[in-house]
Ligand binder design. Structure first.
Ligand SMILES: Nc1nc2c(ncn2[C@@H]2O[C@H](COP(=O)(O)OP(=O)(O)OP(=O)(O)O)[C@@H](O)[C@H]2O)c(=O)[nH]1
Ligand SMILES: [Mg+2]
Length: 205
């Protein structure tokens, strides 16, 4: 009986493509993370760090992880580019917010950018994965220290996780993505987006 329900549940989610927004301030390591995700899950090389330039438009990466189809949208974090983030909120199932854990000077900017993201109604209920990136550097703070520093008040009932990672050596990434897929599969927001997508398809018939 259990395997029947499990099979049905897996079937339902096998149809879904999860849209994951990668946000964070300039130079946090978002594009490097995306390239590392591609190298881990597509067994491809991915761009080497010295070929990655600041993002101005949108980088897209499609991977399959934890039996789910994931589409990552990586946007630019420079101040003048952050207004573009909002255009992707409505369609996103979850947010990955990347922070350079080796650079305390960037924490204040990261905190206010993240608080603004959390206040936006278009992202209501979206699971949130906060990555303390650049753990390969000795000065990087832990995910617990970063969480203490950010002291986020707007989390409400949102599913969230702070995780320490390195986009260079891959530390922590697989665990973080497994959590993210599980959170999206459990999230009410996924159900809401699915109903909206079905209504849109029906409207086009
Ligand atoms: N040591 C170390 N450096 C990293 C890591 N991730 C990114 N970097 C470096 O940090 C710098 C910025 O990386 P990007 O991936 O371009 O950062 P970004 O967040 O995409 O920046 P924008 O596109 O401008 O918003 C580059 O010099 C990267 O090589 C990491 O895990 N460890
Ligand atoms: Mg980038």
């Amino acid at each position: 009986m259990f395997s029947l329900f499990y099979g049905l549940w897996k079937y339902m989610f096998s149809k879904i493509e999860f849209h994951v927004l990668i946000l964070g301030v300039h130079k946090a390591g978002k594009t490097s993370l995306l390239e590392k995700l591609k190298s881990i899950y597509l067994n491809s090389e991915g761009l080497p760090p010295d070929r990655i330039v600041p993002t101005v438009g949108l980088n897209i990466g499609r991977v399959e992880a934890s039996n789910a189809k994931l589409v990552f949208w990586d946007l630019g974090g420079q101040i003048g580019l952050r207004t573009i983030w909002e255009k992707y909120y409505e369609e996103a199932h979850a947010v990955v917010f990347v922070i350079d854990a080796s650079c305390p000077a960037s924490f204040e900017d990261s905190k206010s950018a993240l608080e603004k993201v959390l206040r936006n109604d278009d992202l209501r209920g979206a699971p949130l994965l906060i990555l303390a990136n650049k753990q390969d550097l000795p000065e990087a703070v832990s995910s617990e220290e970063l969480a203490r520093y950010l002291d986020l008040k707007e989390l409400g009932e949102r599913l969230y996780l702070f995780e320490a990672v390195s986009a260079y050596d891959g530390m922590g990434i697989k665990y973080a993505i497994e959590w993210l897929v599980d959170a999206m599969e459990r999230s009410k927001r996924t159900e809401t987006l699915r109903i909206r997508a079905r209504a849109g398809e029906a409207g086009n018939i």
